[in-house]
Design a protein around this ligand. Structure first.
Ligand code: PEP
Length: 253
């Protein structure tokens, strides 16, 4: 299915079991009417995925993804899930390289590249998360860090699959901290990302790839972030856990 911009994505992280997932959607779906001018994606925990699928049956405007995959299809990888399994369960998207995976679980850029390839092979859309730490920003290395993280994936990404790629710029210092990049900061980094996509795929294909902003997005700052140049959507963590707040974030502007 096509990805219509803006993309409004919800990363629930390790929050909401199956019962809380069903409760969330009962409330959220009553508040949010289907709209074909945007794409809504939810990333519940893997154990709540079936509950999310059941709760959103009959609402094709609500699309689902998983928060992580292993790059192998199957095997002795205790605790992991694979891309084909996620696709079979009904996932269309997968987060790859979220900063919590990179910084808390030691995921490397080489691993993100393998996960992106596995996602594509299984027909999942990878949402590749990139972003600098505060130290990297203070050292003037924000753009270089993001460039390296993107390079690791774009070097081998097939140019004819740009319709199946989403990038999320999430400055690590803005995730879960209440600090948000200014729309100007976001626009500057998004322009750099778009330029790098154009180097890899050409300007026309680069323009197709939604580049989302993430980091303390809330109902009261989403409009100004979405209005920034090259910002094609948002990836929302904490604020997406509340059905009324998230419905406000997803409401047509
Ligand atoms: C995230 O986890 O992707 C995120 C952006 O979190 P928060 O909105 O809570 O900063």
């Amino acid at each position: 299915m096509a990805i219509v911009k803006p993309v409004l994505a919800a990363n629930w992280k390790m929050n909401k079991g199956p019962a809380a997932t069903a409760e969330f959607f009962a409330d959220f779906l009553a508040r949010h009417q289907p709209a074909d001018d945007r794409t809504l994606v939810f990333f519940p925990p893997a154990l709540s995925f079936a509950a999310a699928r059941e709760a959103t049956a009959g609402r094709p405007d609500i699309r689902l993804g998983v928060q992580n995959i292993h790059w192998e299809r199957s095997g002795a990888f205790t605790g992991e899930i694979s891309a084909p399994m996620a696709a079979e369960a009904g996932a269309e998207f997968v987060l790859v390289g979220h900063s919590e995976r990179r910084h808390l679980f030691g995921e490397t850029s080489e691993e993100t590249a393998r996960k992106v390839a596995a996602a594509l092979a299984a027909g999942l859309v990878p949402v590749l998360c990139v972003g600098e730490t505060l130290d990297e920003r203070r050292a003037g290395r924000a753009e270089a860090t993001v460039r390296e993280q993107l390079d690791a994936v774009l070097g081998t990404y097939p140019a004819d699959r740009t319709d199946s790629l989403v990038i999320a710029y999430e400055p690590v210092w803005a995730i879960g901290t209440g600090e948000t990049a200014t729309p100007q900061d976001a626009a500057a980094m998004h322009a750099a990302i778009r330029a790098q996509l154009a180097e890899a795929f050409g300007a026309e294909r680069a323009a197709e790839v939604p580049v989302l902003y993430g980091g303390s997005v809330k109902p009261d700052n989403v409009a100004e972030l979405l209005a920034a140049a090259n910002v094609d959507g948002v990836l929302v963590g904490g604020a997406s856990l509340d059905p009324s707040g998230h419905a406000a974030i997803c409401a047509p502007g």
